[in-house]
Every structure is written in C-alpha cells, then in structure tokens.
Design a protein around this ligand. Structure first.
Ligand code: PRP
Length: 209
C-alpha cells in the first residue's frame, strides 16, 4: 500500500460498499449507505486528532477525561460530497462545513469551479475534504490547492472509491495529504469513470441519472 493511503479493511465498510456498488440499489438506500460509510471512514480518518485533559463530574464523583483539541472543518465537494456530510457530522457535530463547488468538464475531465464558500481567514485547524469518488484526482487536487492557498495546514481526503490514477495524482501534487477510502479500484475507463466503481455518485444520490 502506498504511504499515506488508507484503505479501510473494516468488515462493515466492505459489506456496505458492496451494496453501494450494486446497480440495483435505489437512491434512498444509496444515500443511507453513503452516510453510513462516511461515518465509518471518518472514524478512521480522525484517529490522529489530539486531545487535552479535563475532568468531568459523574454521578459518583470526578473522572479524568479528554476532549478533542482541534477545530474541524468539513469541505464537501459539490455535488456528490454533500451526501457525506451528515454521516461525518454525526461523529463531529461541532464541525464547520465549507462548500466547494466543482464539476468535471466532460471533454477535458478537468475540474471547473463554480462555488467557493470559504471564509477569508481559515477558521479551522483540520480540514476533511469529502468526495465519494477520486477518479483522475483533478477535483481533489484543485480543492487541496484552494485550501492550502487559504492557509489550511492539516488536510485529509475522505472518499469512498478511488482509482489508482487519482491516488497517484494526489500523492504527487499533495504528498502531505493522507487519503482515506473504502476501496482502491482497478482503473479509469476511457471517459474517466472508475471501474468497477459504482457509476456516477452524484446521479445515484440525487436520482438524476
Ligand atoms: C465527480 C465526483 C468527483 C469528481 C471526481 O463529480 O463526485 O467530484 O467527479 O473526478 P476527478 O477525480 O476526475 O476530478 P462530477 O463532476 O460528476 O460532479 P457532481 O458531483 O456534481 O455530479
């Protein structure tokens, strides 16, 4: 496995991903699976968060405890990344959400930005980029560049399925950004879709296919 690339080997992730890939899974179930998989992958992607010590009053007395130190920003890449926010939010209810709108030009496969809701100054210490698909890697590379220009220091990419081409593009452009995914697939096809993949994650979530 490439350094900095974490492919989950959790049985629940594999089980849910299999349902997600299934061409017969309808949008209602697809959306639930995206949410659940995002939660499970977020659990893995947050294992490096730092803690500070505190104490808490229990019904029986005082207990030593810890709280997460860093503030966290979720950066979903529209559209498909939107479906990942709810699952991650269940684990990180205090996280801020900053939307980035990109679509892939169907001819060039290059990302085209149409929306950016980042505030002028970075307000969070850790950014989790959320996008189900890492295909050519163009969208993830461009979003990471935006976040770095903005001043983000600790960035992680959380996705569901990646192609080797996308992983390589991210590792070359941003070797400091860890990649957390449910599966690393075989390849991209001639129109830039991940094979075997799951089709178009945006269309399958929003019923627009
Ligand atoms: C898909 C997907 C990623 C991007 C991945 O979005 O959700 O954002 O393509 O491809 P890349 O790694 O080659 O950049 P799409 O352009 O279909 O837009 P959508 O999410 O709005 O459907």
């Amino acid at each position: 496995m490439t350094d900095g690339v974490y492919v989950s080997d959790h049985p629940l992730v594999k089980h849910k991903l299999t349902h997600l890939r299934d061409v017969y899974t309808p949008p209602t179930v697809f959306r639930r699976l995206v949410r659940e998989l995002s939660l499970l992958l977020c659990y893995e992607a947050t294992q490096h968060l730092t803690l500070f010590d505190t104490t808490v009053e229990t019904p029986m007395g005082k207990a030593a405890g810890q709280h997460v130190q860093q503030t966290i920003g979720l950066v979903p890449i529209l559209r498909a990344g939107l479906g990942m926010v709810d699952g991650v939010w269940e684990l990180l209810p205090g996280a801020e959400v900053w939307h980035i709108g990109l679509y892939r030009d169907e001819e060039t496969l290059r990302p085209v930005q149409y929306y950016n809701k980042l505030p002028v100054e970075p307000r969070v210490q850790v950014c989790l980029i959320l996008d189900p698909m890492l295909a050519t890697g163009g969208s993830a590379v461009a979003t990471t560049e935006l976040l770095k220009e903005w001043g983000a220091k600790h960035i992680r990419f959380v996705g569901l399925i990646a192609a080797p081409e996308g992983v390589q593009a991210m590792r070359e452009a941003h070797p400091d950004v860890p990649i957390h995914i449910a599966a690393l697939d075989e390849r991209l096809n001639e129109i830039g879709f991940i094979v075997p993949g799951l089709g178009d994650a945006g269309d399958r979530q929003f019923g627009t296919g």
